[in-house]
Design a binder for this molecule. Structure first.
Ligand code: MLT
Length: 325
């Protein structure tokens, strides 16, 4: 056996991977923690909780979700970056992994340094408002906000979050100097919005959908080129006069830098199987989303997406000029 194959075989045997001889401690041998870097009850949390049960079945060990919130998801990401690279601590991150690098000058980790495992689901965003806001359409809303300027409050889940990205685009495209209000996730934003204390936010449609459908918040526009089948009455940003405000956010699963490739592959296979699960597919469809195609649920496709998104958003965010530190 050549030296490289011998090393790979020994590594795989230690991880208990199939097809290679030897008594091995199988991986995983204990529960796997999936860090959710935003508040419980919000879109990342809802997604994580749709994944943990099928992932548990696939891996044969409990996959346990834990919310570690704050600073637009960067506190949870920092926790994972500093964890032992043994596959037992994972991060469910969204587009913020790609945007935060342009927004934080002193980030305690390199977002591009994580081991990418696979993309999970793309999610459109919807501009929503408190139920009593008088405007009925996006043009009316923009006119209302223009009159009030900084009296209008626009919430997001912290600099570097998906809702922050959408809010930044909204402020820079409309040039309306709305006041931003920061939360630890969009779940607490919804509570404040329903109570009438927050005017606007840009939320992931997967989270906003049930609130829109039963009238607890008002929806003005979706950030996709076409209307969404799940929200047929909600106009697109382009229909409302903001054609440049298009963004679909995405989620991926990450491991700390240096996690063995065989472990990353094992988790990727479990994630692929999870996203083929009909119950997971139905759950995502109910929320107006869908699993990523299987060829994107791979470390390489995820890596390519992360790198491309870092390059795409950096100049746009730097031009917007709103830094976290
Ligand atoms: C959340 O889970 O609260 C969101 O993903 C926050 C965000 O990125 O806007």
């Amino acid at each position: 056996m050549k030296k490289r194959s011998l090393i790979a075989a020994l590594g795989a045997a230690l991880l208990g991977l199939p097809g290679l001889a030897g008594a091995q401690p199988a991986w995983p041998q204990r529960p796997v923690t999936m860090i959710i870097p935003f508040a419980a009850g919000g879109p990342t949390d809802v997604l994580a909780r749709a994944l943990t049960e099928p992932m548990t079945r696939e891996l044969g060990q409990p996959v346990v979700a834990e919310n570690v919130t704050g600073a637009g998801g960067t506190i949870g990401a920092a926790r994972v970056a500093a964890a032992r690279p043994d596959g037992y601590t994972l991060l469910l991150g969204n587009i913020g992994l790609a945007t935060s690098v342009a927004l934080y000058r002193r980030l305690p980790y390199d977002p591009a340094g994580f081991e990418t495992i696979g993309l999970i689901t793309p999610v459109p965003m919807t501009l929503i408002a408190r139920p009593g806001l008088p405007a009925q359409t996006l043009p009316e809303l923009l006119a209302w906000a223009r009159q009030r300027g900084s009296e209008v409050n626009l919430a997001h889940a912290g600099i570097g979050s998906a809702s922050h990205l959408c809010a930044t685009l909204l402020r820079s495209i409309t040039r309306i100097p709305m006041t931003t209000v920061v939360f630890r996730g969009t779940a607490p934003v919804m509570t404040e919005m329903m109570a009438g204390r927050i005017d606007l936010t840009c939320d992931q449609t997967t989270n906003a959908m049930p609130y829109i459908q039963d009238g607890r918040v008002k929806a003005y526009a979706v950030t996709t080129a076409e209307r969404l089948a799940a929200l047929p009455d909600v106009a697109t940003m382009a229909e409302g006069g903001l054609p440049d405000l298009q963004v679909t956010i995405w989620h991926g699963l990450y491991a700390p830098h240096g996690t063995p490739a065989a472990v990353v592959e094992r988790i990727a296979r479990a994630l692929q199987a999870t996203l083929r699960d009909e119950t997971v597919g139905r759950r995502l469809a109910d929320l107006g989303s869908a699993p990523e195609p299987q060829e994107r649920v791979t470390p390489a496709a995820h890596r390519a997406m992360l790198d491309a998104e870092i390059a795409r958003w950096r100049p746009i965010l730097q031009a917007a000029g709103e830094f976290a530190d």
